[in-house]
Design a protein. Structure first.
Ligand SMILES: Nc1ncnc2c1ncn2[C@@H]1O[C@H](COP(=O)(O)OP(=O)(O)OP(=O)(O)O)[C@@H](O)[C@H]1O
Ligand code: NI
Length: 267
């Protein structure tokens, strides 16, 4: 029996207009990601890996409807079997669909973290919901009044989850939630993601960390230059990657330092 995927990305292309010609007046749409096809089932973690600039964040932004309005988009995204248009997204975002943005300039360094969390919540119940979320993520209430630089990396990450993850969540899009974490905090975030999936959520985990992706995800989509070159079962990232379907995935796997080590000692 076929089940409907929770999320289905169909032939998604996102382009940006570049101006060419001698006067720079001739507009041309250059695709930044092209022909993306991906499914996520309930209870599944799909990791998306790929080099910087390969289009991972654009994929996430297309799903949660926050592409810049300069982007040209074609293709479709279905949620629960029906198109995820902007009206539906507005209704579902923050309820069923959660997003943890890439933490480049987030959280805001100049705002207490509790206030940042409250800004993402329905205004009428923001204070109460923020307290409940902090309790759920084992964050002391005084943390709410602190600034990001006053918290450890692991605590900050828990704040990000408190911001993004709601009780009613069915789909989580997490863009690089783990960089710069020390091993214990990394482990904590990864096992939290696994728990959310084991509770039935579909998770799209964007990461540079192929080892973490292989350890925690069910499948790993590999992006390169704006395309999904292959979707591999995470169990194939083992040994020398003999069972990986695509050569590029094998190359990424074999390029990891510990493989150099093993190759170094192999007869
Ligand atoms: N607002 C924009 N205007 C023009 N081009 C853009 C815009 N945003 C992204 N791009 C292009 O799309 C490409 C993919 O960007 P994206 O942020 O998705 O990469 P990424 O895989 O998330 O990289 P990283 O790992 O560094 O976060 C970039 O190389 C860039 O050329
Ligand atoms: Ni990114």
């Amino acid at each position: 029996m076929m089940t409907t995927p929770l999320l289905s990305v169909r032939n998604l292309t996102v382009g940006f207009t570049h101006y060419t010609g001698t006067l720079g007046l001739r507009p041309r749409v250059v695709p930044a990601v092209e022909g993306l096809e991906l499914d996520i089932d309930p209870g599944e973690i799909l990791a998306v890996i790929g080099a910087s600039g390969s289009g991972k964040s654009l994929l996430a932004h297309a799903i949660v409807g926050i592409l810049p309005n300069t982007a040209t988009v074609s293709g479709g995204i279905d949620y629960d079997g029906t198109p995820l248009d902007s009206a539906r997204l507005r209704r579902l975002r923050g309820r069923e669909i959660s997003f943890i943005p890439q933490s480049v300039n987030y959280p805001d360094p100049l705002m207490p973290v509790g206030r940042q969390v409250r800004l993402t919540l329905p205004r009428s119940r923001a204070a109460q919901l923020q307290q409940a979320l902090f309790a759920r993520y084992h964050l002391d209430e005084k943390v709410a009044r602190q600034y990001p630089h006053e918290l450890s990396g692991g605590m900050l990450r828990r704040v990000l989850f408190a911001t993004g993850v709601t009780e009613t969540m069915r789909l989580l899009i997490a863009d690089e939630p783990t960089p710069g974490l020390h091993p214990a905090a990394l482990q904590e975030v990864l096992s939290h993601l696994r728990d959310l999936a084991d509770d039935g959520a579909g998770v799209l985990l964007i990461t540079h960390d192929l080892i973490a992706a292989a350890a925690i995800a069910d499948r790993v989509a590999v992006m390169r230059s704006g395309r999904v070159v292959t979707v591999e079962s995470s169990s194939s990232f083992t040994g020398r990657g003999e069972t990986l379907r695509h050569e590029y995935a094998r190359r990424l796997w074999r390029a990891l330092p510990r493989h150099d080590f093993w190759e170094g000692v192999a007869p």
